[in-house]
Design a protein around this ligand. Structure first.
Ligand code: PGA
Length: 251
């Protein structure tokens, strides 16, 4: 069986002013230092305003920093956007691409997301490519074709288990307190795994995260599933204690 080191990722979204964000990042770094060796990799994705300082306060710790989005181009006339090279330049190691809130709020398609993932790879970042069905799509019985279609188009041909992580986040489970059942999660993760194995030589090594109302009370059960290699956590990543308990669930 393939050993995949779990990744616990926190997506702060548009939350945290400077004092709270830096306290959160440094609180996690301190916990990690106190613990010594961890059972997983740890990533936090603060808003753009805090990225550089978050890199500073977590330097030398087990906590990595990632952006929440990047532009497909490396530079140019794109007001308000950030290039993957800019994220890499300040010491970020990862970037989320294709989060459902970006797909919904900014009309991003899987083709757009593939271009963003490519620019992340070119900049030396790990792209965390997010996919997931809406409630309507699930009710129509279209979950697997929708998710598989998003994976097929959003992942560039050059994706490897080293430069890419897939995050399955059912849209109806994000921020709603409604987690997908273990059966639902297991079914989708194994379908994603089959698709990765069919397409990439190292498809069995890619980490597939689950996201959608992950909290301390349900993390261990979800993380115990065969093809769940970590979690992408929104709300529960905003408190050191909650996020730390989820990290500890990987032990
Ligand atoms: P949630 O968000 O944990 O608050 O549901 C997850 C996400 O959107 O990444």
């Amino acid at each position: 069986m393939t050993q995949r080191r779990p990744l616990i990722a926190g997506n702060w979204k548009m939350n945290c002013l400077r004092a709270d964000g830096l306290a959160l990042a440094s609180g996690l770094a301190a916990k990690a230092a106190e613990k010594g060796s961890l059972g997983c990799d740890v990533l936090v994705c603060p808003p753009a305003t805090l990225l550089s300082e978050a890199v500073g306060v977590t330097k030398g710790s087990a906590v990595s920093i990632g952006g929440q989005d990047c532009h497909a181009a490396m530079s140019g006339a794109h007001t308000g956007d950030l290039a993957a090279t800019m994220l890499a330049d300040i010491g970020a190691e990862y970037v989320l691409v294709g989060h459902s809130e970006r797909r919904a709020d900014h009309g991003e398609s899987s083709t757009d997301i593939r271009k963003k993932a490519l620019s992340a790879h070119d900049a030396g970042l790990v792209a965390v490519v997010c996919v997931g069905e809406t409630e309507e799509e699930r009710d129509l019985g279209a979950t697997l074709p929708v998710v598989n279609g998003q994976v097929a188009v959003s992942l560039p041909d050059g994706a490897t288990a080293k430069n890419t992580v897939v995050a399955y986040e059912p849209v109806w489970a994000i921020g709603t307190g409604r987690t997908a059942s273990v059966e639902e999660v297991a079914e989708v993760h194994s379908a994603i795994r089959a698709e990765l194995v069919a397409r990439f030589d190292d498809g069995d090594q890619f980490r597939i995260l689950y996201g959608g109302s992950v909290k301390p009370s349900n993390a261990a059960e979800l993380l115990g599933l065969a093809d769940v290699d970590g979690a992408l956590v929104g709300g529960a990543s905003l408190k050191v204690e909650d996020f730390w308990q989820i990290i500890e669930s990987c032990a």
